[in-house]
Design a protein around this ligand. Structure first.
Ligand code: CU
Length: 528
């Protein structure tokens, strides 16, 4: 077994070395190279070992400015980027550590006037930090998406620097998370240029022998919107109309990953996308390669779940184990996306005997008990509601609140109408006391099956118990869950316990164009 593990790990390390993986902090992303032996990986920054000192820290500068990046098939493009490329560096920590990040805003001053605050796109050169999916404080200098890292006010001014200190609790689940800017009004435009990176919390699941033996591969899917070599400015509600999405994996278009027959790799699939829900399948002329799901949204499942398709909606992470089968070329494709996301070339000396798959896993979180649920169920309905705003944003969105009924006063202040709950940063839609376990049902009012409004709650992971009224056995922890349109549209029921952290946070649609137009609510976690 030791031999097999050594061989497989070496083979992948070799492919990584071939494209010049840069392990040092402060560097950009490894060059996007395509070829049968070169699968790109983002630069990786590891926690600084601190013997005798708790917590260990990971310090990293995230420098944001315009960068010229090569995208195969699209030439050179200019995007707002972390450290000169995309995705940003992968940050590897352990539970108990602290992430100390310095954010440099090297973008030009925000355009004057024009954009209105509130529920409209605005401040495209301001950003902040969201550690998506992590159970960390939403307040202060941690995962606080209400902060603004503004650019310099005038061209000659020095570039402003900001700091984040995110403490990862000692009992945080080990798994795959990600970071991205989350300033309301500019999130979509920034994600559409690739501003996203992966956070890995190392821990128990990595020590499962079959997982430890597998090469650890980040598969970060970005979704770019490019016109004339740039991300078009977000100036109208029809911003993305007619602008096709360009999907990249670790910054490359359809990179090739080498896998030997019988070799098992662990892929950390990261849906760092803003607009498109991906239903993934891995296949080719030789058949379908099964993806064995071992974690959803950073939380390890009780046992691997073999799957022919994997749903990766905007914001989701799914960790899978994949074992090389018959030699040949296999493509990871998403439904309705013309181009493969990546190509797997199964070739080379078979691993004999084939590497194993684990039978059981250390579950990332214990399940909640439905008998602990208190209070009435909370309901959220995501619904596109044309005509909420005048031109140029006629297609803004409503989050319907606790009761999906028409507003009592259609001419009144819809922001304050509990039935409608249009995003208002000064209005708290849900007060959530720590220690309480509640049940939420979220649904979409869309009838088009191509329409997906993924629901994302900050700060606390939630345990999905039902989809479309059908109980899931076992339930699955998520931080983001897809809601595809249809007749009727999908619904999801989950339990959530508010734990550890007080402060303001948000719940919103992770179609980030929708979010920027107001498909969002404020939650406040309060002391019991
Ligand atoms: Cu949406």
């Amino acid at each position: 077994m030791e031999d097999i593990r050594g061989i497989s790990r070496r083979s992948v390390l070799r492919t990584v070395a071939a494209v010049g993986l840069v392990p040092a902090a402060g560097t950009g992303t490894a060059a996007a190279a395509a070829g049968p032996t070169a699968f790109p990986q983002p630069a990786t920054v590891r926690r600084r070992p601190a013997p005798g000192r708790v917590p260990s820290v990971l310090e990293q500068v995230l420098d944001v400015r315009y960068a010229e990046v090569g995208v195969p098939g699209y030439g050179r493009v200019v995007v707002r980027a972390y450290n000169g490329g995309f995705p940003g560096p992968t940050l590897r920590v352990r539970a108990g550590d602290t992430l100390l990040l310095t954010h440099v805003n090297g973008l030009p001053p925000n355009p004057a006037g024009g954009m209105r605050a509130g529920r409209m796109p605005h401040r495209p050169n301001s950003f902040n930090l969201h550690t998506h999916g992590m159970h960390v404080s939403p307040a202060g200098h941690a995962d606080n998406v209400l902060r603004e890292f503004a650019p310099r006010a005038a061209a000659g001014d020095p570039e402003p620097r900001y700091t984040s200190a995110v403490h990862v609790p000692a009992d945080h689940p080990a798994g795959t998370y990600w970071y991205h800017p989350h300033l309301h009004g500019s999130t979509a435009e920034q994600l559409a240029g690739g501003m996203a990176g992966v956070i890995v919390v190392e821990g128990d699941v990595d020590e499962v022998p079959e997982v430890r033996a597998a090469a650890d591969v980040v598969v970060c899917v970005n979704e770019l919107k490019l016109r004339d070599g740039r991300v078009p400015p977000f100036t109208s509600g029809a911003w993305t109309a007619g602008v096709p999405s360009v999907f990249t994996v670790n910054g490359a278009v359809n990179p090739v990953l080498a896998l030997r027959p019988g070799e098992v790799q662990r892929w950390r699939l990261v849906g760092a996308t803003a607009f498109t829900a991906l239903k993934l399948q891995l296949g080719g002329p030789e058949g379908v390669l099964t993806m064995h799901r071992i974690a959803q949204d950073g939380v390890t499942l009780p046992a691997p779940v073999p799957a022919r398709t994997v749903e990766l909606v905007m914001g989701n992470r799914v960790d899978v184990l994949v074992r090389g089968g018959a030699p040949g070329r296999y493509e990871l494709r998403a439904e309705r996306v013309p181009q493969p996301l990546l190509t797997v070339e199964v070739a080379g000396e078979p691993v004999v005997p084939p590497m194993g798959l684990p039978r059981a896993l250390p579950p990332g979180r214990p399940f909640l008990d439905e008998r602990e649920v208190t209070g009435p169920d909370r309901e959220v309905l995501f619904h596109l509601d044309p005509g909420v705003f005048p031109q140029p944003f006629p297609d803004a969105f409503r989050v319907l609140g606790t009761h999906p009924t028409p507003p009592a006063d259609p001419g009144g202040d819809l922001r304050r109408d509990p039935a409608y709950g249009l995003y208002d940063p000064d209005h708290v839609n849900h007060v959530l006391p720590l220690g309480r376990t509640e049940r939420w049902t979220v649904r979409t009012g869309e009838t088009s099956p191509g329409f997906n409004h993924p629901f994302h709650l900050h700060t606390n992971q939630f345990m999905v118990t039902h989809r479309n009224g059908v109980r899931l056995e076992p339930p699955v922890w998520h931080d983001t869950v897809g809601l595809a349109g249809g007749t009727p549209g999908e619904s999801v029921t989950f339990l959530v316990r508010y734990e550890d952290f007080t402060g303001r946070a948000i719940a919103h649609c992770h179609h980030l164009h929708h979010e920027d137009l107001g498909m969002m609510q404020t939650v406040r976690y309060t002391a019991p």
